[in-house]
Design a protein around this ligand. Structure first.
Ligand SMILES: O=C(O)CCC(=O)C(=O)O
Ligand SMILES: [Fe+2]
Length: 277
């Protein structure tokens, strides 16, 4: 695994996203793929074909206690913790869990714009998604991120129930501002949002703060398939922020992830998270 440079540290802090070029060697990427394949062979309780029956149908799954037994040794061996500790300037590093995405058939559209933070009962500077695709991707098929949005407004999440209603709110009510319709605004004015994405080769990764607005990464006729694993981590600077007192409009009840023993502003820790460092 490559080392973090001062330029990467500064860019992550100000932009909330970096391209980590050549993050993983071919052998390291193969270790990640072995873990990804474990998820495919061992679907968790939340595995689902999102938008089933439409051309946007795609496979998505979050990790399980069983997959942690496979991912844990890999994460330690490849030393993701050292990379993130340097990137954030955190002493400790914990693993949140993985999420896998499979888009194939050449027709699956954009992932809706969202921030991951409304789906978490926590907030802070030391959050990261390491977004790894096993295929080479041109920038138009790679994840797009709004630069600097990790320190901007925290919007409501997207419900992900209807790809035609991109801002249908996760929590609703007055809890958070509704997501802007970023694609509609970009169609009107391509410069309305400061969006970055990069051409990616196998072994490259996009490393983003989980609170940055991100989306996109469709497949199309010239780039038909994308297999992606997202590894999520947190460090010292993360505090408990309870979920709104509402039922989320989502395919699972996120309130199951609440850590009831914590009070607002407590450091976010938990026995069930794998501490890597
Ligand atoms: O790969 C995708 O389509 C979405 C990724 C994403 O939402 C994430 O990394 O949190
Ligand atoms: Fe996300």
């Amino acid at each position: 695994m490559i080392r973090v440079t001062e330029a990467m540290r500064q860019a992550f802090s100000s932009d909330g996203v970096i391209k980590a070029e050549g993050l993983l060697s071919a052998a390291e990427l193969a270790e990640c793929r072995r873990c990804f394949d474990f998820n495919l062979a061992n679907p968790g309780p939340t595995a689902l074909d999102i938008y089933k029956g439409t051309s946007d149908e795609q496979y998505n799954d979050l990790g399980t206690a069983k997959s942690l037994e496979v991912y844990g040794p890999m994460l330690k061996k490849l030393d993701f913790a050292e990379f993130l500790a340097e990137l954030w300037g955190s002493e400790h590093v914990w693993y949140f869990g993985e999420e896998i995405f499979v888009k194939d058939g050449g027709k699956v559209g954009r992932t809706l714009w969202h921030q991951d933070t409304p789906y978490f009962p926590s907030e802070g500077a030391h959050l990261a998604n390491i977004w790894i695709s096993f295929e080479a991707l041109p920038a138009r098929n790679a994840l797009e991120v709004v630069r600097g949005s990790h320190v901007g407004t925290m919007y409501d999440g997207a419900a992900f129930m209807d790809s035609k209603d991109p801002t249908r709110p996760l929590w609703g009510g007055e809890h958070f501002p509704r997501l802007p319709d970023i694609e509609a605004e970009r169609a009107e004015d391509p410069n309305s949002w400061d969006v970055v994405s990069w051409d990616l080769e196998p072994g490259d990764a996009v490393v983003l703060h989980s609170g940055a607005l991100h989306g996109g990464a469709p497949v199309d006729a010239s780039c038909t398939t994308r297999h992606t694993v997202v590894l999520r981590f947190f460090g010292d600077d993360l505090r408990y922020r309870p979920f709104p007192d509402a039922k989320p409009d989502y395919f699972m009840d996120l309130r199951a992830f609440d850590v009831g023993s914590l009070k607002v502003g407590d450091l976010y820790r938990g026995e069930h998270f794998l501490q890597l460092r």
